[in-house]
Design a protein around this ligand. Structure first.
Ligand SMILES: Cc1cc2nc3c(=O)[nH]c(=O)nc-3n(C[C@H](O)[C@H](O)[C@H](O)COP(=O)(O)OP(=O)(O)OC[C@H]3O[C@@H](n4cnc5c(N)ncnc54)[C@H](O)[C@@H]3O)c2cc1C
Length: 412
């Protein structure tokens, strides 16, 4: 089969890119080794929150991160391993954690996310398949007065990029969000944030892509990429395809694709878990962020999803029962979810992380026909439509809607 563009990876980023490319008339095939949307895009927290769209390489978190590294129950954990590529990534991560770099990255990510949430809202309006999109805002709840005070700088930073925030007192939190039953000293409410059910969101965009003529091949793992007379030949577990241009959208597995293509692609996995429980009593009215516990809460129509922990593990996707328990215990301290809540789903995913915490969107270094859309860390769902838009505009020579510089794919 000969195609204009082959996208490797059918997560939210590959699917959103396919939509925007097909809209511009390209013939697009998405190659997915598993099933569409069954990678990291499947069970994430479902937040569409510009207020929380900042790079992972955050200087304000660095000191805390080092303390947490030694505590297996902490929200952030780095699995020690004598692996030179991993050590190099960590050094680059430390070097990227500089205030000015972080602030530039945050401004770009917040903008990408704000536009993306508006695009998600449009998808929700036209989609025949509801995906739980609701724009009821996000409440960040604090248990410690010093961390609430300390948060002001970060709040001001995202507000400079157009995010609206309200500071709520303890009483306001109690009356406006009665689902919070644990001790708290107040919070910040971000009225324009939204949430959805992540896998249903992928399926809604996949339907749009199919309607635009995108061809999906599931169960097709790309394991060799070679030249084929002016185009690329992709050898998969389900046959070969040639394409004039290829897009690498393989999320946390991108490092391996880089190897196949002969360049370094420093994207490693940061594991997190989500747990689906029966609704809390009372059920939250909106997304909630339990700041000190680093737990994300997302109310679905008939369930509650809680998510958390960030373990830099590269590509180890084993389940650590202890860390799952930490999340449930942490949520139990702040929400009425019952003494022994029965989960209907426990999921783990690998967030695709670059050392500077910024996605890579654009042409790969020195390779005219290879494009990257990967490295979206904790923000792939919330920035997917904008990522697809930026990538498609760059690939078709349109004036990009966003400054492409902070997302350059050839920076490593
Ligand atoms: C606990 C947790 C909570 C999160 N919460 C949020 C949130 O609230 N909001 C948000 O925006 N983000 C959140 N994220 C991050 C978000 O899930 C990711 O940024 C996003 O899913 C990345 O999408 P992707 O398409 O790049 O990767 P993936 O969804 O992982 O897709 C990559 C795909 O590539 C395929 N693939 C890999 N190798 C090959 C190959 N050789 N051939 C063919 N196919 C291949 C894989 O099978 C996979 O389907 C969270 C993540 C976690 C772990």
């Amino acid at each position: 089969m000969k195609q204009d563009i082959a996208i490797i990876g059918g997560g939210i980023i590959g699917v959103a890119s396919a939509v925007e490319l097909a809209r511009r008339g390209a013939q697009v095939t998405v190659l997915e080794r598993d099933r569409i949307g069954h990678g990291c895009s499947y069970g994430n927290a479902g937040w569409l929150t510009p207020s929380q769209a900042v790079p992972l390489a955050n200087p304000a978190m660095l000191l805390k991160s080092f303390k947490w590294m030694l505590d297996p129950d902490s929200p952030l954990y780095i699995q020690p391993r004598p692996d030179p590529a991993f050590v190099r990534w960590l050094i680059e991560f430390l070097l990227a954690s500089k205030k000015a770099k972080f602030e530039r990255g945050a401004a770009a990510l917040v903008e990408l996310c704000r536009v993306s949430v508006d695009m998600w809202e449009e998808v929700a309006k036209r989609s025949p398949e509801p995906f739980g999109f609701e724009r009821h805002g996000l409440l960040a709840v604090y248990e410690n007065a010093a961390s609430l005070e300390g948060a002001k700088r970060g709040v001001d930073l995202v507000c400079q990029s157009g995010v609206r925030a309200e500071r709520w007192t303890t009483d306001e939190v109690r009356t406006k969000e009665p689902a919070i039953i644990g001790p708290q000293v107040g919070g910040y409410f971000y009225p324009d944030d939204a949430h959805c059910e992540p896998y249903l969101a992928v399926k809604a965009l996949e339907s749009e892509a199919r309607a635009l003529g995108v061809h999906f091949i599931e169960g097709a793992e790309v394991y060799r990429i070679s030249d084929a007379a002016g185009s690329r030949r992709l050898t998969t577990t389900r046959g070969e395809i040639t394409a004039a241009q290829i897009v690498v959208a393989t999320g946390p597995w991108s490092e391996g694709l880089g190897k196949m293509l002969g360049f370094r692609l420093p994207v490693i996995g940061a594991k997190g878990y989500s747990i689906v429980l029966p609704p809390a009593n009372p059920q939250p009215k909106r997304s909630i962020y339990l700041i000190e516990r680093k737990i994300a809460v997302n109310p679905h129509r008939d369930a509650l999803r809680i998510a958390g922990t960030l373990e830099l593990v590269r590509n180890d996707s084993s389940i650590n029962a202890r860390r799952v328990d930490v999340i449930v215990r942490g949520a139990k301290g702040m929400l009425n979810i019952g003494e022994t809540p029965a989960s209907s789903e426990v999921w783990r995913g690998l967030r695709p992380c670059t050392p500077d915490g910024m996605p890579m969107i654009g042409r790969a270094r020195g390779r005219g026909d290879v494009w990257l859309a990967t490295g979206h860390q904790m923000a792939g769902l919330k920035t997917a439509p904008g990522t697809g838009l930026l990538l498609a505009q760059l690939m078709t020579g349109e004036t990009p809607r966003f400054d492409p510089e902070p997302f350059r794919a050839d920076r490593y």
